[in-house]
Design a protein around this ligand. Structure first.
Ligand SMILES: Cc1ncc(COP(=O)(O)O)c(C=O)c1O
Length: 298
């Protein structure tokens, strides 16, 4: 399948896609992004992505490059032309290209919009969910507006790399007061000894994860007890279960943190319920179900 990109109104071969070196995302990380999943050619929870995107743009006073309806058409056209059936859409909006100056450029400067659709076989998550993944913890080194999905991800990159070097799937970030914030690219959940499923309340300290939002509703509808409250690193390590959620890892049990087993070291019942509810929701919205024994490509 052709590797394509959408750049400022045109779909071009990825190798020929380019933006100005004066683009403010390149100079100042002055831009926002979204990552949405694609199942059977359909975007999952796209309206929620549009809502979060609009919020990020509004918080940073960046103009939307086009209407929601036009953006959907452009995104779906790229997905179709790229031949992606199951995968992810990356979308980035920047404050545009202008002579380098910290202050915002002239309000007429057009915002930059680029998108890439790439295949990802979500079926591979099923066997991973059955065994679970590992994590480490690290200091959260980010700024004080983590609720904005800004492309300024250097602290997340450094945290993820630390995890990778430790052989871990995710790095769970901790504020200086010992409070757990989130994973380097995931929302973190803990399950109390009494079975309550806990995740942090939304604030400027964490990204409003869309899998988080979706899963809270699914769990509550299924009769599970969910609490949105802060918890510290001791509670994380003492939890009966830990799991993370994100677009690329819809739900992933974490079975050890820093080399110490979580619970009995296997994915627990609440985590597996969360996995099942999310797959059911994906099927409900898109008709897609994971294939057993998938080769891992798409
Ligand atoms: C820091 C951070 N937290 C949480 C998430 C999960 O968000 P979502 O469920 O919308 O993918 C992400 C996803 O990229 C992230 O980067």
């Amino acid at each position: 399948m052709p590797r394509l990109a959408y750049v400022n109104g045109r779909i071009v071969p990825l190798a020929q896609a380019s933006v100005s070196i004066e683009d403010r995302a390149y100079l100042f990380a002055d831009g926002i992004y979204e990552v949405a999943s694609i199942f059977g050619g359909a975007l999952f929870d796209w309206p929620l992505h549009l809502e979060r995107m609009a919020r990020s743009l509004n918080e940073l006073q960046i103009r939307a490059p086009m209407s929601d309806a036009a953006l959907r058409i452009a995104a779906e056209r790229l997905i179709r032309k790229s031949g992606v059936s199951t995968g992810m859409l990356y979308l980035q909006i920047t404050r545009g290209a202008a002579r380098r100056d910290h202050a915002f450029p002239d309000a007429r400067t057009p915002p930059g919009l680029s998108m890439i659709a790439r295949p990802f076989d979500f079926s591979r998550r099923v066997p991973e969910q059955q065994v679970g993944m590992t994590a480490i913890t690290a200091a959260d080194q980010r700024w004080s507006r983590r609720d904005i999905k800004s492309v300024a991800l250097l602290p997340n990159v450094i945290a993820k790399q630390a995890g990778k070097e430790a052989g871990a799937y995710e790095t769970i970030m901790i504020d200086p007061d010992g409070t757990v914030t989130e994973g380097s690219s995931t929302t973190v959940w803990v399950v109390d000894r009494d079975g309550t499923i806990v995740t942090r309340p939304l604030s400027h300290a964490v990204l409003p994860g869309l899998k988080r939002r979706r899963l809270i509703g699914l769990l509550e509808d299924a009769g599970e007890t969910v609490a949105e409250r802060s918890y510290d690193v001791a509670a994380l390590k003492d939890a009966a279960e830990v799991f993370v959620t994100s677009t690329s890892s819809p739900v992933m049990p974490i079975v050890s943190i820093g080399g110490e087993a979580v619970g009995d070291g296997t994915p627990g019942p609440a985590s597996l319920t969360a996995c099942r509810l999310m797959w059911e929701e994906i099927e409900r919205q898109t008709g897609w179900t994971p294939r057993a024994g998938s080769p891992g490509g798409d």
